[in-house]
Design a protein around this ligand. Structure first.
Ligand code: XBP
Ligand code: MG
Length: 271
């Protein structure tokens, strides 16, 4: 079996956490610190090009707050702001305001039933993953994800391949037997850099990004009652992402083109 493990990104993939979650938590931390930093929806979309909350704040200071970027204690200030931001983000998620994206729980339950191994590879902080698993994804049993690679466990964050390589090493699996599910160009580049095929489920902030290298791009994972829209790549037999579809895309990516009619004749957009 070519596909043995599926590795999920978190923010934008498991749940649409950025606009109403992380961004709000950052702004709360800035206000609490008495700073006049305010990340609006559009500005935050621009800042998301930099992964990692600490790195994002430094990039913001260097581009928009030169008065801050020159300070010798900037790293210390950022570390304090990030601790506060994380505290606010945890509280916000624990309030239950961030639902899973369509099809996420269904697919994960199907993959477990089909005996596939599951893991997480994310830029966000480990505590943010834990809170999401215990609230937004509470119907999944603990231990669903065999390996969780998050945040600062690697020296370079996405788009560097480090976090996916870190997870593959702990799964003890080659990239060709795994598949990544991502929402962003940074995520595609990271997974491809580690040699994994990547399925993209486009999210609020990543619509229209260049997903070159992905095996396919869909609007979301879909449900039998709520089919996805196929935006790029070959269409699987069904109009929602399931284990068969992921095996199909993984096989295609590895050069074993499965002889399925859907590969040849299905129209570009399946809705
Ligand atoms: C998304 C990120 C993270 C979050 C903020 O990670 O880039 O930095 O925006 O979380 P992914 P932190 O899409 O890889 O899940 O503030 O904890 O970094
Ligand atoms: Mg993401």
């Amino acid at each position: 079996m070519i596909l043995q493990a599926v590795i999920f990104d978190v923010d934008g993939t498991l749940a649409d956490t950025e606009r109403d979650g992380h961004r709000v938590a950052f702004n709360t931390a800035f206000r609490e610190a008495g700073l006049d930093w305010e990340w609006g929806v559009a500005l935050y979309g621009e800042l998301l090009a930099v992964t990692g909350g600490k790195e994002r704040m430094r990039a913001y200071a260097e581009k928009y707050r030169r008065d801050w970027s020159a300070r010798s204690d900037l790293d210390t200030v950022i570390a304090g702001l990030h601790r506060a931001k994380t505290r606010h983000y945890l509280a916000l998620v624990e309030q239950g305001g961030i639902p899973p994206r369509p099809g996420v729980v269904r697919l994960i339950q199907e993959l477990r039933k089909a005996g596939l191994r599951l893991a997480i590879a994310t830029t966000t902080s480990p505590e943010n993953v834990e809170v999401l698993l215990h609230t937004t994804l509470a119907e999944l049993p603990s231990g669903t994800f065999e390996v969780i690679g998050a945040g600062d466990v690697v020296p370079s964050k996405k788009p560097a391949p480090d976090i996916y390589q870190w997870v593959l090493d702990r799964l003890n699996l080659p990239a060709r037997n795994s598949l990544a599910i991502e929402d962003s160009r940074n995520g595609v580049r990271s997974a491809r850099g580690a040699g994994l095929p990547v399925l993209v489920t486009q999210s609020t902030y990543t619509v229209g990004e260049d997903f070159t290298g992905a095996v396919a791009v869909v609007s979301d994972l879909g449900e039998p009652s709520r089919p996805f829209t196929l935006l790029q790549g070959g269409a699987p037999a069904r109009r929602w992402v399931d284990a068969e579809a992921l095996c199909h895309w993984a096989a295609c990516a590895s050069g074993h083109s499965p002889n399925q009619p859907s590969d040849r004749h299905r129209p570009a957009t399946v809705t």
